[in-house]
Design a protein around this ligand. Structure first.
Ligand code: ITT
Length: 202
């Protein structure tokens, strides 16, 4: 079974592929990088679900393949939920992890550790070309804290700053498998897999 993952982010592909493998699902994931001239999607929605649908529908329409999209972001309580849906471009117009992390650290400058609670959110949308009315939509979240000093070399994006108390580690200090056990994306994929049989049977 081939599934198109409507993403330009190979780190997302790696995590979702690993989660499918752990669940014993034999799914070949393709992504935007495997397509010739995939359409650019302007993520102009104000919610994770709206942006995930924009990506899923545009790429399903183009590829005619069953298509999965992931829209994610970090919501920091002290910053009233920012960067939220703007997480990818928080630090400037171009998507740049180092600038995003620098801006997040600056925004939280001087805030003590016990006031640095944050939540990662992933909304996944699975769509069949021509059947947008039947989208499968699931969301996963992960509670943690934003550290003042980055830790770890793995993962991507805000991972070195996102500390998960139940693991005693940042996402960047975890293997892909460990991150999937607790992460927003790992939980969203588990929910997707649970709902897949009923969705496919409709
Ligand atoms: P696509 O839209 O092509 O899928 P993207 O990286 O632009 O890739 P989003 O629009 O969902 O993805 O932006 C989410 C941003 O939030 C992403 O760029 C990261 O900086 C951050 N992010 C999302 N999931 C993350 C994770 O698991 N760990 C660290 N940062 C994450």
């Amino acid at each position: 079974q081939v599934l198109l993952f409507a993403t330009d982010n190979q780190n997302k592909v790696k995590e979702v592929q690993e989660a499918f493998k752990q669940a014993g699902l034999d799914i070949e994931l393709k992504s935007n990088a495997d397509l010739d001239n995939p359409p650019y999607v302007n993520e102009k929605g104000t919610t994770f679900e709206a942006n995930a649908k924009l990506k899923a529908h545009a790429l399903a329409d183009y590829s005619k393949l069953p298509t999965l999209a992931d829209d994610s972001g970090l919501q920091v309580a002290k910053l009233n939920g920012a960067p939220g849906v703007h997480s990818a471009r928080y630090g400037g117009e171009a998507h740049n992890d180092a600038r995003n992390n620098a801006k997040l650290l600056a925004a939280l400058g001087g805030v003590p550790q016990d006031e640095r609670q944050a939540k990662f959110v992933t909304t996944l949308v699975l769509t069949m070309p021509g059947h947008e009315d039947k989208d499968l939509v699931v969301t996963g979240t992960c509670e943690g804290e934003v550290l003042a000093i980055p830790r770890g070399k793995g993962g991507f994006g805000y991972d070195p700053l996102f500390y998960v108390p139940s693991k005693g580690k940042t996402f960047a200090e975890m293997t892909t498998e460990e991150k999937n056990e607790v992460s927003h994306r790992g939980k969203a994929v588990k929910a997707l897999i649970e709902e897949l049989p009923a969705w496919l049977a409709q």
